[in-house]
Design a protein around this ligand. Structure first.
Ligand SMILES: Nc1ncnc2c1ncn2[C@@H]1O[C@H](COP(=O)(O)OP(=O)(O)O)[C@@H](O)[C@H]1O
Ligand SMILES: [Mg+2]
Length: 436
């Protein structure tokens, strides 16, 4: 942790003695035009003077007439000819002292206590490590959840998608990961939640145990699309900061859907046209570029293991964001409302979920157990309607008879916390459930 003096000195070094200044020339449909910022670049941050204090914004379009700025806040009180200072690229200076804290996308504390920035500012749009230099996926992680220790393994540097409707248990599962996955640091990005949900998540669901090793970056639903979009980029930047120190980071981003929606609003305001079912074409690039920054590191750096949640209405996995995420990541986990309704949490629909770290992540004996568990669940799934309607005659199909016998135990296993002893112990438990 840097001393107060080093932090202040680093801050002072970022202060530019002279700043480019422009003037507001026009304002329309949520954006304003600034003239006179000759050195400005696309994506730069500016601050405009208003009657209500400085108003931040980002340059989203440039033309010979000037720079078009999308404000970070309600532009109320912004007048024609108002002074606009160029701040430069959007950066963040994360620090180890941020552990246990809640910050906004610009690194300002949201928990009422002072917070110092770190000594190094980095761009919020850092490139991913060069593909050729990156390590392959790493070793299997102990996750604290039996099913993720066994049937859906999570390995170091893996990126998975968690697909679910609202209220099906995404936040609760993320909190379990924050407390239980073997990692040095956890970074949690919460995009577009309501303020009340945020407090409930940090205070109750995540709790002090989860909070202690986490940095929470958040932009609530009432904030501008710019801040909501930055929230995901900012959480990624914090994760990269720890990864660059050689640490293993668990990044939990809830949700990519809200990030994509914020991106859509920003893109439409910058003049892009909607196409992909209401999303602008740049949305796929935005999601893929974000996901690509997570994953295994290169050289002396650590890894970012990541879970990205996707909101799906019903079971519409073809919806654009779900489709892009599914094709980009190393696995997807589907939470099912019907399973949640019967009270089995986490409500994982195992047959529709896959971890692409298999088969390498497990031994051949373990892969055998995984295949057997899937066969049993699949046999039960195919026969379930008949069984419940009383149409199945016991003894007519050996595989179905076995699935009826094993289903309650196996279904229970899917809800279990992992035993102490990590994945090996979880597999011992799975073998017992299968009666093998
Ligand atoms: N592990 C669990 N055990 C019991 N109930 C749960 C569990 N996970 C979720 N729930 C129930 O589901 C509700 C919604 O969960 P939450 O994680 O907030 O869903 P989401 O983030 O998908 O909207 C919770 O308020 C709780 O009632
Ligand atoms: Mg939630």
């Amino acid at each position: 942790m840097p001393g107060v003096f080093e932090s202040l000195q680093a801050e002072i070094e970022t202060i530019q003695p002279t700043r480019a200044v422009g003037r507001v020339a026009e304002s329309s449909r949520g954006t304003f035009l600034v003239r006179g910022l000759a050195e400005a670049a696309l994506g730069d941050r500016v601050a405009a003077e208003t009657g209500a204090g400085p108003l931040g914004g980002e340059i989203v379009q440039m033309s010979s007439r000037g720079a078009i700025v999308l404000p970070e806040d309600d532009p109320e009180g912004l007048g024609i000819n108002a002074r606009v200072e160029l701040i430069g690229p959007v950066t963040l200076a994360p620090d180890r002292s941020w552990l246990g804290r809640i910050v906004d996308p610009l690194g300002r504390p949201l928990d009422g206590r002072p917070l110092l920035p770190g000594t190094e500012r980095t761009s919020m749009n850092a490139p991913p490590p060069a593909p050729a230099d990156r390590r392959p996926l790493g070793e299997r992680l102990s996750t604290g959840v039996a099913v993720f220790d066994t049937l859906l393994p999570l390995v170091r540097g893996q990126r998975i998608g968690l697909f679910a409707g609202s209220g099906v248990g995404k936040s609760s599962l993320l909190a379990k990961f924050a407390r239980g996955v073997a990692a040095d640091v956890v970074v949690i990005g919460l995009v577009g939640e309501r303020g009340r949900e945020l407090r409930d998540f940090t205070d109750r669901v995540l709790g002090p145990a989860g909070m202690a090793r986490s940095v929470v970056v958040t932009a609530t639903s009432d904030q501008s699309p710019l801040m909501r979009r930055r929230c995901a980029l900012s959480a990624m930047t914090v994760a990269e900061h720890f990864r660059n120190q050689g640490l293993h980071v668990l990044l939990l981003l809830d949700s990519v859907t809200r990030f994509a929606e914020a991106h859509r609003e920003v893109a439409l305001a910058s003049g892009e046209k909607a196409s992909l079912r209401g999303y602008p074409p740049s949305v796929s690039h935005a999601i893929m570029a974000l996901a690509e920054r997570a994953g295994p590191g290169a050289g002396e750096t650590g890894d970012i293991t990541a879970v990205f949640t996707v909101l799906v209405a019903g079971s519409d996995m073809e919806e654009p964001v779900a489709d892009i995420v599914r094709g980009t990541l190393d696995g997807h986990v589907v939470l099912d409302r019907k399973i949640a309704e019967r009270g089995r949490y986490p409500a994982i629909d195992l047959l529709r979920s896959v971890s692409r770290s298999l088969p390498e992540a497990a031994s051949s004996a373990e892969n055998g157990l995984i295949a057997d568990a899937r066969r049993v669940l699949s046999a039960y799934d195919r026969a379930e309607m008949m069984i419940q309607a009383g149409l199945y005659v016991s003894g007519s199909d050996h595989a179905i008879d076995r699935s009826i016998r094993l289903f309650p135990v196996l279904d229970g296993f899917l809800a279990e916390d992992a035993p102490a002893g990590g994945p090996e112990a979880s597999f011992v438990r799975l073998r017992a459930c299968l009666g093998a």
